[in-house]
Design a protein around this ligand. Structure first.
Ligand SMILES: Cc1ncc(COP(=O)(O)O)c(C=O)c1O
Ligand SMILES: [Zn+2]
Length: 428
């Protein structure tokens, strides 16, 4: 159980009056543990058992053509999200519909026949977090929240600060004070209220839950509006299937911090099957962690359902959540689908960054280095079948974590501006 899961949710002081269709086809909030349902509201914990809540829907019949006729962003899937049909009218970052690239060179290097990279580094603030934040922003608007906030390992803070600026809503974002400088700057340019907390992410998260209980009208995207926020990650799954020609991949490798993204990609695949938008077929889900923060991988390998919290110590700071809210669900999914959760050392994370850059021209951050490095380890250890169609998700951008590899790359030579000097380098 995570910090979010175990904290009793404070009783809301007011129940917001919702406008008709504020949450599209969402019908309520359902407990993932006991199934208890409550009305839509800014809630995240089950009043019966404190289990995490998620959105329940009554989906309409929807066709591939209707989706394809939509905008080139996540709102093409708005009928499957907890957002109103007029969502495009409200200023937002319009994230998503990022590239799915055939990774010929990386595939050849790793011995995988049919490999794709879903490149989410091209989102507006350069990580997949723009997707989840867009859904959280819609919820915050519908609930009439006056402050848009988050505890973050970095990327989420960037996405919340930017989306809040564009929407004209006050933002306050909380980060661990030892975060990479580029991620701090990437939040501070958009908001005057970046708060650096002396502690790790789990401390920041606990503080956010406390503030959410004390302050009225604050939407903490990954705390009290987490059920709405989390649904945004489903769009990664929808896009991958659509971009493959309305087909599910055989295997997918996804980084794990809180584990929310992995669980929602799986949820998306399941929904597409149920809605008849893709053929029902088996697929395997693999989770990627850095060894210095690998509570889910340790539990997977230990054959247990209990995710023991750890104190993170890794260069993959965006994945440094020691007490992951969705850890047990990640274990369920990876076991049910026949996948695995694996972890790699920080040196292997750096190698993963360079491998993706030098084979596919994609500069990923440490989270992507972790995912690519784990993909390699899964092949090397025989856990992933290299003959099956595989997708690896790149969730972030390398310019935000330059320090991770700046000691390893640089000029091959520094020369005077003459041909002779260049010739002497042997680089011709
Ligand atoms: C770049 C990047 N990738 C992956 C993740 C993991 O996301 P989740 O917390 O949904 O597992 C994060 C977030 O914390 C991130 O910033
Ligand atoms: Zn419950």
């Amino acid at each position: 159980m995570s910090a979010v899961d175990t904290l009793a949710e404070p009783a809301p002081s007011t129940t917001p009056t919702l406008r008709e269709g504020a949450f599209g086809h969402a019908t309520g909030l359902a407990c993932r543990e006991c199934g208890h349902q409550i009305a839509l509201g800014p809630h995240y914990a089950c009043p019966e058992c404190f289990g995490p809540l998620e959105i329940a829907y009554d989906f309409p019949a929807i066709t591939r053509e209707e989706i394809e006729a939509g905008p080139a962003n996540i709102w093409r899937y708005k009928a499957l999200l907890p957002v109103p049909t007029d969502i495009e009218q409200s200023p937002n970052m319009e994230p998503g519909y990022t590239r799915l690239l055939k990774a010929h060179n990386l595939g050849a290097q790793l011995g995988i026949d049919n490999l794709w990279v879903k490149d989410d580094s091209t989102n507006p603030t350069n990580s997949f977090k723009d997707r989840v934040v867009a859904c959280a922003l819609s919820a915050a608007r519908e609930f009439g929240s006056k402050v848009f906030a988050c505890p973050s390992t970095g990327n989420l803070a960037n996405a919340v600060a930017a989306a809040g600026a564009r929407a004209g809503i006050k933002t306050v974002v909380f980060i661990p004070s030892n975060l990479e400088k580029p991620k701090q700057v990437n939040s501070a340019v958009y908001t005057e209220s970046l708060v650096a907390v002396n502690g790790n992410y789990d401390d920041v998260n606990k503080l956010a839950s406390e503030i959410a209980g004390e302050e009225d009208g604050w939407a903490f995207v990954n705390v009290n509006v987490r059920p709405y926020y989390a649904e945004g990650s489903k769009t990664l799954g929808y896009e991958i299937a659509e971009q493959l020609g309305w087909r599910l991949p055989d295997q997918i490798v996804i980084p794990v911090a809180s584990g929310s993204q992995l669980t929602k990609v799986d949820k998306a695949f399941g929904e597409l099957i149920k809605l008849g938008l893709v053929e029902d077929k088996p697929y395997k889900v693999f989770g990627a962690q850095a060894t210095g923060c690998s509570p889910v991988s340790v539990a997977f390998k230990g054959g247990t359902n209990v995710v023991r919290p750890v104190k993170p110590d890794t260069i993959a700071k965006s994945l440094a959540i020691g007490n992951p809210a969705d850890g047990p669900y990640v274990l369920d999914i990876c076991r049910r689908t026949g996948g695995a959760v694996e972890d790699i050392t920080d040196d292997e994370v750096r190698e993963g960054i360079l491998l993706l850059a030098r084979t596919e021209g994609i500069f990923t951050e440490t989270a992507g280095g972790t995912t690519v490095g784990v993909l390699k380890k899964l092949v090397d250890t025989g856990q992933l079948d290299p003959t099956l169609e595989t997708v690896v998700i790149n969730t972030g951008m390398g310019l935000k974590t330059l320090d991770a590899i700046s000691d390893q790359v640089g000029p091959a030579a520094t020369i005077e501006p003459s041909y002779d000097a260049f010739a002497a380098t042997g680089l011709a």
